[in-house]
Design a protein around this ligand. Structure first.
Ligand code: SAM
Ligand code: SF4
Length: 352
């Protein structure tokens, strides 16, 4: 029986590891420290900007097993990854996810991972907040683009905001720090962003705004919904005092402190401000494809190497190293009438 078939209980990692580290540095001198793992492409919502209503999901055989996800994640940790984010699709839809979280949390305990975290739509947090906190997760991101129940139903194509709000409350009750992620949408929420910010900070949550990225075909033209965060920032600066904070994360977000609330607001601006120079991250899809850049069609199949070498990590390491060497200098996202997606895959497959 696979350890992942056993009932949920605190267990040690399936794959025992030594403490050696073998860092990854790309040809531009960027040290790869951050891995985002999409554990499933499936989702219980269908956000308008993310996927079409009739989304075709991957056949199960193409999706990595939890053991395979753990094996690959472990290799990345051995190769210098210090921060690992589980995402999707909706990560909490993946059966057995909590066992994977528990196994990976062993790397928090031995100090090799500084952070293990999760991005979720929040609909299942009432069930999972407590076990996540018990496994050593300290912070999570919850995506929420509106506080209006009808608009939420429309943007997510039938989602129930009550479940998300209850999920956020459950997460906070379990001691998890919650950051709210909001995609800025010209038509659907630009006017509401000040209210969402006031609510999030009032709840004790930091917030990050994200520009829509041209990833994967959806049912509508994203151009109509694109709004530059430079414009949104001006909107917010007419209400609050925004003080720039020094960049400490090396990540794509630029942060300000909202003086009146004392909390942080982040801006992820791939379109209006490119963040590639300091990019320290790579993404692993649930099919074992490694993307070293969110905005380029580069990919390396790790599943084939993994399955061909069940007892030998050497070739898998080589494949990872080869991919890192080829990490592009940067993306060239553009959004404009008739441009179409910059990359064909959806954010839900890549792991946003
Ligand atoms: N389902 C989870 C959630 O919604 O938080 C995790 C996966 S979702 C793909 C991760 C993040 O990507 C969400 O905050 C979502 O709003 C964002 N996202 C999805 N498609 C996007 C796009 N085309 N442009 C910008 N952000 C996008
Ligand atoms: Fe699902 Fe997240 Fe995509 Fe919305 S953004 S459809 S919740 S994967």
């Amino acid at each position: 029986m696979s350890p992942y078939d056993a009932p949920l209980a605190p267990t040690s990692p399936v794959i025992p590891r030594t403490a050696k580290r073998d860092p990854m540095v790309d040809t531009f001198g960027r040290s790869i420290r951050y891995l985002r793992v999409s554990v499933t492409d499936r989702c219980d919502l269908r956000c308008l900007y993310c996927m079409p209503e009739m989304m075709t999901f991957l056949p199960k055989a193409e999706v990595l097993s939890l053991e395979e996800l753990e094996r690959l994640s472990t290799l990345f940790v051995e190769m210098g990854v210090e921060k690992l984010r589980l995402t999707g699709g909706e990560p909490l839809m993946r059966r057995g996810l909590m066992q994977l979280v528990q196994h990976l949390s062993a790397f928090l305990k031995d100090g090799r991972l500084k952070e293990l975290t999760l991005t979720t739509n929040g609909t299942r947090l009432t069930e999972f907040a407590q076990p996540l906190a018990q496994a050593g997760i300290k912070r999570i991101n919850v995506s929420l683009d509106t506080l209006d129940p009808d608009k939420f139903r429309r943007i997510t194509r039938n989602g129930d905001i009550k479940r998300v709000l209850a999920g956020i409350a459950a997460a906070q009750a379990a001691g998890l720090q919650v950051k709210i992620n909001t995609v800025a949408l010209a038509q659907d929420n630009r006017a509401e962003i000040p209210a969402i910010l006031a609510w999030a900070h009032g709840q004790g949550c930091d917030m990050t705004l994200i520009e829509t990225m041209p990833m994967g075909e959806i049912d509508e033209d994203r151009t109509d919904q694109f709004v530059s965060l430079a414009v949104v920032r001006d909107d917010l600066a007419s209400i609050w005092t925004l003080t720039d904070l020094p960049d400490q994360t090396g990540g794509p977000a630029r942060y300000v402190r909202v003086e009146e609330t004392g909390r942080k607001l982040g801006f992820i601006t791939p379109l209006s401000h490119n963040f590639c120079d300091s990019c320290n991250r790579v993404r692993l899809t649930c099919t074992g494809t490694l993307h070293t850049c969110l905005g380029q069609d580069d990919d390396t199949d790790l599943r084939g190497v993994l399955r061909a070498n069940p007892d030998d990590d050497g070739p898998v390491r080589e494949a990872i190293r080869g991919a890192i060497v080829g990490k592009p200098k940067g993306h060239d996202f553009r959004i404009g009438k008739g441009e179409g997606p910059a990359v064909s895959r959806h954010m839900s497959t890549t792991g946003g």
